[in-house]
Design a protein around this ligand. Sequence first.
Ligand code: SAM
Ligand code: SF4
Length: 337
Amino acid sequence: MSGAAPAAGLVDRFGRVHRDLRISLTDRCSLRCTYCMPAEGVPWLPGASMLTTTELVRAAAVAVELGIREIRLTGGEPLLRPDVVDVVAALARLGPAGAHPEISLTTNALRLPALAGPLKDAGLTRVNVSLDTLDRARYQQLTRRDRLPEVLAGLAAARAVGLEPIKLNAVAMRGVNDAEVVDLVRFAVDQGYEMRFIEQMPLDAGHTWDRTAMVTQAEILDALTGAFDLTPVPGRGAAPAARWLIDGGPRTVGVIASVTAPFCGACDRIRLTADGQLRACLFARSETDLRSILRAGGDDAELAAAFRGCLAGKRAGHDIDDPSFLQPERPMSAIGG
Ligand code: SAM
Ligand code: SF4
């Protein structure tokens, strides 16, 4: 689209302006978190269906022309993509000088000891790390892998190179890690990280989600207020997490209450899967096939039309809590969380 007049932003029919693109770099993963994947994994996307790095960067370049300001890399485990550092370097150069998109990454941290430095040098600004427990046996039970020490080393590596602020994500699960929420917040405060709890969502490949068993935001806050003085932080904008100052601040804790307090009204996110499908929502039941346009030699205007077409169908909300809700066919690991 270079040379053309700047395109109008990515606005949907509810007036939501989209500035955040989540790109899944792979659906593969080195862990098997129980809330995400069955022990045997899931049928992986065929290699030939995966976007090449050239295709992925081209799609992202069009999105940046259309007003995307933040690109979050995710998966599966994004650090399993062999050329992840090159991907970051290419994305960090998109857009005009002085107005490059911010590039961040959500990861299980296992490869951060090796990659934190190269990623920082390539232009990555910050990381979100999944850490559901500080107990090694529980980590093994929850992720089906005995790898907690590597996660902690990965976090230390990210902090050492300044990939900050570092946010820690924990999915709260009844009878598994819900008794640990205070300890997780204490750990995050001590280490200089921001703890965020996520309500479990119906996105696991095994379809094991149970609304009645889910730990709610209200329960998480109840547990935390016994230990900390929490003050709401105003001005959340499009952020998924509602945040509270801990004991007057400056440290904060967040809760992503997708189920009991959805934040769809302010959503500014659009997603690109590793196999080149655009999704207007984590819970969308339809996709827009960007890969076919890329491989058929489509020009930037066609790609831009696909972004707009995807958002034209975006619904006002996900309705997880409605009896008519249907879980999307793709599991979280193949959408990109
Ligand atoms: N592998 C990376 C990781 O774990 O950070 C990135 C992908 S993972 C799908 C992204 C985020 O989704 C993680 O924070 C994970 O805890 C969260 N997640 C996965 N399944 C979930 C579910 N069923 N409900 C809520 N969050 C979930
Ligand atoms: Fe892998 Fe992330 Fe899913 Fe865990 S949550 S199995 S680390 S993709």
